[in-house]
Design a protein around this ligand. Sequence first.
Ligand code: FA5
Length: 326
Amino acid sequence: MDDLDRLVAEAVKDIETAQNPMELNQIEIKYLGSKGSLQAQMRTIGTLPKEDRPKFGARVNLSKESLSQRMSSKRTELEGKEMEERLNKERIDITLPGRTFPIGRLHPLTLTVQRVKEALIGQGYEFVDGPELEEYAYNFEALNYPEDHPAFDEMMTFYVDDTRLLRTQTTALQGRVMEKRKPPFRMATTGRCFRYEAVDATHHHTFHQVDVFMVDEGISMADLKGTLKQFASAMFGGNVQVRFRPDFFPFVEPGVDYSIFWDGRWLELGGAGLIHPNILESYGIDSERYSGFAFGLGIERIHMIQNGVNDLRLYLENDLRFLKQF
Ligand code: FA5
């Protein structure tokens, strides 16, 4: 065994024990590269007797060829192994069920507002928004509240400064509309209201109302009653009974509260009446020629009645166990 044989044997061992294609590349450079060991063997050819040179040259070339073949088959083997490992590691089971993302849904009060709007738009009302941070003037003064009247007690709220407060009723929109529009008009608005209130199962400091009002020639209580009956039918079903009883609100004359008959008893929905002539006149609307009606009701109340909810605090608590039911 001469140097060349030993070198080839060593190279074969290195190739067989190579762990990955990178290692194999290093081995290839070491033995077969232009500065590699076999090339170095080739250079020793000059030191041999002339007659031995062709044979030695042929042996070196054969060795190179056979090592190169071994390397290429080893490379195929190692690359295959590497791919298999990668596939194993990155395996995904396409038969597994996908991850489901929770899908949100509309809040029950939003759904109720949508139904209320549908019913009223169907009756010819135009919806406009008013500000939650309202001026005292629109929330009270414009609505004919007498100074020091007990009606004020119900209207305790959160004052931001001397002239602005969180609105206590969506009725506050009336003045904003009447100062801009000439009758006839049919308007509606809905949104959050706020009151300084002892919170219980039927009262909250934050709640929602819808307010509706219209002004035209010859409007009477009959129109109001017909409209509320139609509205109640749209919300609670065709043959629901509606009841009106006298009530006081400074901005209507006469004023009523109205209830529906539900589950064997009368449940109050809100207040209503004919718009007070003082209000019409204060906006330059001739109260001899024009009259109008207005009504306002609680959105929570509607949803509670429809779904048998007995505590309106639930609507603000964001408890999914409650909200998911609707
Ligand atoms: C009013 O707010 C009048 N603006 C209604 C009105 C409009 C009368 C137009 C005449 C003409 P009242 O304070 O009764 O009225 O409230 C109306 C409805 O809002 C109540 O029936 C109730 O359903 C709801 N509501 C009032 N206060 C609260 C509260 N603290 N929490 C939850 N709902 C409330």
